[in-house]
Design a protein around this ligand. Structure first.
Ligand code: SF4
Length: 321
């Protein structure tokens, strides 16, 4: 496939918070490509810029931020589109599922009304046709008694059912791209697996591309075809999932995999950890942001930000290579 077949191309995406006349970079030159129908996972610790990347792609960044670079979706640069045209794409051709459905759903509208509203706005359906489609969608995403649930308010549903309503809403306009921002964080482990299975099944059935933001590496291995590892606002490694898990190259990726649940020691009840924490925007190191936590850091690591370059079948940003 050539680049022109790509569904989403993010090029040199940077985002800075503006505070007291100073710009504080939170994303620095993020590059990302998604092909139609594939599932790509963006992983990293909290504060690495995963969710910010998702929000920047939808052009819904937090207040007081500046974005640069380009985000091509189906060939159109979203960063230069007028807001009115972007509204036609957002929620329709690209949709997002958020971490916590209780805050994403409107508490004063029934679950049915919220999906119907989207269908009437984006698909210009009559209210009756929209209700029929919503009932069908509820049934497709495994909501029992869909007709009754159309009349339920979000607080009357369990966390798992609320997330299914969010998924139904996201799928309602048959988008080609779904951004899922840690969609299972607020759920228990059984429900977590069911929701992930549902998203993967819908991706396969509909040819839907999914950008899954996650910190759950064990889950990522089972469904993503490619993984991008982010650290402190930059992509530090990207590879096919099987290759990344078999042969992690970047020291941060190696640390993340070591610290994943599959290495939990049942005897000592301990998990290996990466010492230290993700730097804040106010204390970002000048060179490689991982340097303060990296046992392999060299002098150049303190001075220069490494660039992402091809190493074997991976892309890696590290001065060791
Ligand atoms: Fe470690 Fe240097 Fe590589 Fe950063 S660039 S991960 S500090 S070796």
């Amino acid at each position: 496939m050539s680049k022109s077949d790509a569904l989403l191309i993010v090029k040199d995406l940077s985002l800075s918070f503006s505070f007291e006349k100073t710009l504080w970079p939170a994303l620095r030159g993020v590059n990302l490509t998604l092909w139609p129908g594939e599932i790509v996972s963006l992983v990293g610790e909290s504060g690495c810029g995963k969710s910010l990347t998702g929000r920047a792609i939808l052009r819904l960044p937090p207040e007081n931020t500046q974005i640069s670079g380009s985000i091509y979706f189906q060939g159109q640069d979203l960063l230069s589109l007028p807001e009115v045209e972007l509204e036609g794409i957002r929620g329709s051709q690209m949709a997002m599922i958020f971490q916590e459905p209780m805050t994403a759903l409107n508490p004063v509208l029934t679950c049915g009304e919220q999906v119907v509203e989207v269908l009437v706005k984006h698909k210009h359906m009559s209210v009756q046709a929209a209700y029929e489609k919503t009932s069908h969608l509820f049934s497709q995403v495994g909501i029992p008694e869909p007709e009754r649930r159309l009349q339920s308010y979000p607080h009357q549903l369990s966390g798992g059912l609320r997330q299914r309503v969010m998924i139904a809403m996201a799928l309602s306009c048959d988008p080609s791209l779904l951004l899922a921002d840690e969609p299972t964080t607020a759920l228990d482990s059984t429900m977590r697996q069911q929701i992930l299975d549902l998203i993967v099944a819908q991706s396969h059935e509909r040819g839907l591309a999914v950008l899954m933001i996650s910190h759950d590496l064990v889950a990522v291995e089972t469904f993503a075809s490619r993984v991008c590892v982010m650290y402190a606002g930059i992509v530090v490694e990207e590879a096919k999932t099987s290759s990344l898990f078999a042969n992690p190259i970047h020291p941060y990726t190696q640390g993340l995999l070591l610290a994943s649940l599959r290495n939990f020691d049942a005897k000592t009840k301990r998990l290996p950890v990466i010492p230290g924490s993700v730097p804040t925007l106010l204390a970002m190191p000048k060179g490689c942001p991982f340097a303060p936590r990296c046992s392999k850091a060299k002098a150049i690591c303190q001075k220069e930000l490494p660039k992402l370059r091809p190493i074997d079948d991976h892309f890696v940003a590290c001065h060791l290579f």
